[in-house]
Design a protein around this ligand. Structure first.
Ligand code: PLP
Ligand code: ZN
Length: 426
């Protein structure tokens, strides 16, 4: 643990020991993990990382917990897919999709939870708890089961069926709360003072939890052959992921894994039904105004984002943009990604792709940039967002004539008259 020097207040800079602390006693600012970057630079190398596991734990030198046996289901090291067909549709040049649908419980949350529960266990906690918009609940319940810890997760009552099932199956306690995520989160903050022996991953362990998101930046750089992209598009719920992606790229420069300090533009993506950060960006505002969410992108439906201000600052500092998209645009984004690249994303992924399309159309994301879009959750989690409206093309009787009558498929050969003369592919 000597690569972590302690915790530091993001606002007043006061230092604290690396314990289960999340706010500054003096100014109530959020705490941030501080590292000994010179010490890390002396040991870390591309080679050492390449020899590590194919998971987030290959970057353990830059994570806030050192454990030979982390709480691990294999989160991270997900595919980075070159997306030429999607790029062509959006008028972009070099576009990549970071496919975090491939994580163990189907979302990027496995990155943060693996880090959080490893740290929680090390600090002696036996109960893992959280407030969740769905994906965090899935991941906490699964990782707690893996670690032999007890889990208690609190969710808003109106979550997608799959997200509830994918949480309950692991055998923990699932508390459905009649309220919004922001109500659930407030309740969790109150519970944290009542239950000091529980690790609330996004409250008293949040400082550590949030660090897991840096691995997205680390992986993107490594998978691009240790080069930084020019522009990354990141969905925003609490704003933590976006803030930490920026920190991750900066750290790679700091410890010499990238040749120079990279300058990566970071753009934020939100749903119009819950867009406090995009609204503040559009208005040039100095504060985030909380909203009451109403969107199919439930995993991003945080009306009062804890790291919203820091995300906004990271976007502005990097020269990126921020935009919001409607529910119809989200559905179209899901379909577009699936149709062009064969990746089925949940509504948050639809938000990212639709926002990317919008930013590309307005020239914020440019054709001459190497662009990465973060697709953070699997489509099976939110199938109801597409149904009805996504189903069989036709329904027919089981006969050849019914098929011939109902089905016309134009194939890649252009449907020309002499198609019958073309031999089928070997
Ligand atoms: C939680 C979540 C995010 C982003 O969360 P932040 O709170 O902004 O870190 C993005 N996508 C999905 C699918 C999520 O579940
Ligand atoms: Zn402070």
């Amino acid at each position: 643990m000597d690569h972590v020097t302690g915790l530091r207040c993001r606002e007043c800079g006061r230092q604290f020991p690396a314990e289960a602390l999340h706010v500054c006693d003096y100014c109530f600012g959020p705490l941030e993990v501080d590292y000994d970057y010179r010490g890390i630079a002396a040991v870390v190398s591309r080679g050492r990382i390449a020899e590590g596991p194919r998971s987030i734990w290959r970057y353990r030198d830059l994570l806030p917990v050192d454990d030979d046996a982390p709480v691990d289901l294999g989160a991270g090291f997900t595919p980075l897919v070159r997306a030429d067909r999607l790029a062509a549709e959006l008028g972009l040049g070099e576009l990549w999709i970071k496919d975090d649908t491939a994580n163990p419980t189907g979302s990027f949350k496995d990155r943060v939870v693996s880090v959080a529960l490893t740290k929680a266990r090390q600090l002696g906690f036996k109960v893992a708890a959280c407030a969740s918009t769905g994906n965090l609940a899935n991941s906490v319940a699964a990782h707690a089961a893996r670690a032999g810890m007890t889990s208690v997760v609190l969710i808003p009552h109106d979550l997608e069926t799959a997200k509830v099932t994918m949480t309950a199956v692991y055998g923990g306690t699932v508390v459905s709360v009649e309220g919004t995520y922001d109500d659930v989160n407030r309740l969790c903050a109150e519970l944290t003072s009542e239950r000091p022996t529980w690790a609330f991953v996004n409250v008293n362990i949040r400082t550590y939890y949030a660090e897991g998101s840096k691995t997205l930046a680390f992986e993107v750089a490594e998978q691009l052959g240790w080069e930084a992209p020019d522009h990354v598009v990141v969905p925003i719920a609490s704003g933590s992921q976006l803030t930490k992606v920026a920190k991750g790229f900066a750290e790679l420069g700091e410890v010499g894994l990238l040749d120079r300090r990279p300058s990566v533009r970071i753009s934020g993506a939100q749903a119009a039904g819950c867009s406090p950060v995009a609204t503040a960006f559009a208005e040039g505002a100095d504060a985030i105004r909380p909203v009451k969410p109403s969107t199919i992108a439930k995993s991003l439906a945080i009306g009062n984002p804890a790291d919203g201000w820091y995300a906004l600052s990271a976007i502005r500092d990097s020269g990126g943009g921020c935009a919001a998209v409607t529910d119809d645009e989200i559905r179209a984004g899901i379909r577009l990604l699936a149709r062009t690249e064969g990746i089925f994303a949940e509504t948050a992924g639809g938000v990212t792709i639709a926002t990317l399309a919008k930013l590309a159309a307005s020239g914020v994301v440019r054709r001459d940039e190497r662009v990465v879009a973060l697709v953070t959750g699997h489509g099976l989690k939110t199938v109801e967002a597409l149904s009805p409206g996504t189903g069989p093309t036709v329904t027919i009787a089981p006969t050849l004539s019914a098929f011939d009558e109902a089905v016309t498929v134009v194939d890649d050969l252009g449907g020309s008259e002499d198609r019958g003369a073309t031999p089928p592919p070997a």
